[in-house]
Design a protein around this ligand. Sequence first.
Ligand SMILES: [Zn+2]
Ligand SMILES: [Zn+2]
Length: 376
Amino acid sequence: MHVRRQATAGTRGRSAASALLPFASRPVVVTRARRLPVVPPPVGGEAFASWVDRVAGVLDVPPGQAAQALGLECREWSSSTRPVFFGVTLTPASLVGLRDATGLPARDLRQMQLARYDKTALDLTGLDLAREGTLTAVAAREWMMPTWSRACPSCLAQAPVWPLWWRLGIAAVCPVHRCMLIDVCPACGVRLRRGSERSPRGLLTRPPLPEVGECANRPPGGPKGRAGLCRQPLASIPTRAVPEGMVELQCRVLAVAHGSRACVVGEPVCGVDWFAALRYLTAMARLAATGDEIEGLPAFAAEAFTRDRQRRATRPLGGGGSQLGAMPETAAHALAVLVLVDRVLTAPSVDEGAHQLAPWAQRLSLAFNPAGLGVP
Ligand SMILES: [Zn+2]
Ligand SMILES: [Zn+2]
C-alpha cells in the first residue's frame, strides 16, 4: 500500500536541494511494510546502502524494491527510488517501517546511518527531518559522502560489505590491508557508488541490474540500458601500499570518530572538538604548509595536496570545494592533511603545540603582510 505526501523540500530549499538530491522535488512515498521472511543481519559497522543491497540479494529483487519492502520513505523516479535522507539518518516513518519489516532493534538500524558520527566526526546541526533540502548545506559543510563512498578493493573481495566509515572525509587507508582507499572507478571515472557523476542515481527498481561486485556506475555519454553500466569488478582495482605509521594514524583518527577519548596538545577534548581542531588545522595547512613538509609525504599524497592548492588558487572566490575547511576531495588528500596536522594535534603540551605551529603562523603572517613579503 502506498501513501503519498507532499514533497518536504519546500520552496526555499528546493533549488539548493536539487543540486545534491534531484529526487527532492518528487513526492514521498511510504510503503506499508509487512514482516519479511528473512533479512541478513547488519554486519558491525556496515553502511545502510550496503545492507539494503544485501537485503535485495536475499529477496532476489532490485534494491529499489527492497527499500520499498523495508518500509522506507522514498522518492520515486522513473526506474529508481531514493529513500529520504538515505544513509544519513532515518525519518520516524522509515524507522517504523524498518522495525515492522525486520524486527531489528532501532539501535542496530541507526548504527548504519552517518548520523551515528554526529558529535564526533560530524556535526549535523541544521539537519531538519521535515525538510530534506537542509541536507544540502550540511553535506557541503561536513566531511561526509552521502551519495558516494571510498572503498578498499581487498575488503570487497572478501565480502560485499561496505563499512560506513568509508563515507567519512577522513577515510584514507584500509587498516586491514594497509593500502589506500579508492575514490573513483578507474574504468568509468565516476566516484564509487555514485551512479552517475552529474547527479546521484537512486536505487534501481527494475532491470538492467548490475552483478554483485561490479562498479555499475553509468559514465556520461554511454549507451542506455545494461550496456551503459560499468562492468569493472571492484575487487580487482589496484591499490597503493601505505607506510605503517600512516596505518596507525588512520586507526587513531577512526578511534576518535568511534567515541574514544582524545587529546589536543595534551588536553583532553570531546570528539567534536578534536575534529573541529583537525579541520581548523587543515585550513592552516592548506595555506601555510611548506615545500619541505609536503615533500615528506608519500608522492601520491603530496601530489593530491598540491593539486588541491592549485585548484583553490584558480577558484579563489567560491564554490564549496574551494573553501579552506572543505572536505579532502580524495583519500590521498585526506591522508596528506592527516599527516600534516598530526604533529600539532599530538604535541604533548600547549607550548609544544605552539612551537609546532609557529612556522605556519609565521608564514601566514608574512603572506598577509601588506608589503607582501614572503608570500608563498
Ligand atoms: Zn581492506
Ligand atoms: Zn566504473
